[in-house]
Design a protein around this ligand. Structure first.
Ligand code: IPM
Ligand code: MN
Length: 350
């Protein structure tokens, strides 16, 4: 019996999570596993009513879940940073979800903005460090509001944090068993401290994985290649900020935020799965948003808890829907409503 904590969150989050849970229920009965869900209403609305973003007691409760399923965070009436830092980043940090795993995979039938690229060309995984770097929030102002103002935001990179991330990426490359190539994405020519630590750690750990080809690319060049020859990549490992940026690029080449899912993973603790996209306030309540990213997040969640067959079925069902049904992945252009897309995936499950 799995215990799944569900946080639908803001905007269209609840709409897509509803479809994800619909698919979860269907696959659980097909594959005969049991779970219970515990719902949490954290997000912008609750914050506006109570001033509370995430009580400490909730973090302790979440620690006892097997896994967390998250919709979206971000509210137009709440200043940027409050919910993101107070909820999403806080959970990533406190639950030590030090990996952000973001597969970039073009499914059949999905329109790709890159000319002449097929499902064979776009199939790689980004392992984004998820607990350090610029995201730690270290820094400050001096002389704030004056003409001489200084703003400092420090990128924190620890040997321990980098090593566990790099190690996870090597394991992931081995398990994936495709090209068996791991590309370190950094900026060694400019970030001569931070990227140097990544570079040294990467090369040391690489010695333990003779079956994996270690590769390196600067982050700017990586952006270019992701567009020009994405087929080159197998697994990429990078820091938090670079990972954030290149996975939005990854999302768009796989068909957009309607399909891109990710996992905040603590390999020995509680992980959290989510669609990569935001709360899309302007589409809220219209039943037009694409739920496939949230459904793919359920697939990733199932893989993480060990229900591999169920995870594969969800992915196959999504593929069959993108191949045979959807006109487009774009909001309002799918040819179906949010709820209908969820139903189509359920029908396609085997
Ligand atoms: C993401 C998002 C978050 C991030 C924001 C909402 C804090 O962009 O999950 O990629 O920057 O990590
Ligand atoms: Mn992002």
């Amino acid at each position: 019996m799995y215990k799944i904590a569900v946080m639908p969150g803001d905007g269209t989050g609840p709409e897509v999570v509803r479809e994800g849970l619909k698919v979860l229920e269907a696959i659980a009965s097909l594959k005969r596993f049991k779970y219970e869900t515990v719902m949490y209403d954290f997000g912008g609305e609750r914050y506006k009513k109570t001033g509370e973003v995430l009580p400490d007691s909730a973090v302790d409760e979440l620690r006892k879940a097997d896994v967390i399923y998250l919709g979206a965070i971000g509210h137009p009436d709440v200043a940027p940073g409050i919910l993101e830092k107070g909820l999403l980043l806080r959970l990533r940090f406190e639950l030590e979800q030090y990996i952000n795993l973001r597969p970039v995979k073009l499914f059949p039938g999905v329109e790709c903005p890159l000319r002449n690229k097929t499902t064979d060309d776009i199939d790689f995984v980004v392992v984004r460090e998820n607990n350090e770097g610029l995201y730690l929030g270290t820094g400050g102002f001096a002389k704030k509001g004056t003409a001489d103002e200084i703003a400092i935001q420090t990128s924190i990179n620890t040997r321990k944090g980098v090593e566990r991330c790099v190690r996870y990426a090597f394991e992931c490359t081995r398990k994936r068993n495709k090209k068996k190539m791991l590309t370190l994405v950094a900026k060694t020519n400019v970030l001569t401290f931070a990227s140097d630590l990544w570079w040294r750690t990467f090369n040391e750990v690489a010695e333990e994985y003779p079956d994996i080809k270690p590769d390196y690319a600067h982050v700017d060049a990586t952006c270019m290649w992701m567009v020009k020859n994405p087929e080159f990549f197998d697994v990429l490992v990078t820091d938090n900020m670079f990972g954030d940026i290149i996975t939005d690029l990854g999302a768009i080449i796989q068909g957009g935020l309607g399909i891109a899912a990710g996992g905040n993973i603590n390999p020995t603790g509680v992980s959290m799965f989510e669609p990569i996209g935001g709360s899309a306030p302007k589409y809220t309540g219209k039943n037009v948003i694409n739920p496939l990213a949230a459904i793919c997040a359920v697939g990733m969640l199932l893989e993480e808890i060990g229900e591999t067959k169920a995870a594969n079925s969800v992915e196959e069902a999504v593929k069959s829907v993108t191949t045979n049904k959807l006109k487009s992945l774009a909001v309002g252009k799918m040819g179906y409503s949010t709820t209908e897309v969820g139903d189509l995936v359920v029908e396609a499950l085997k």
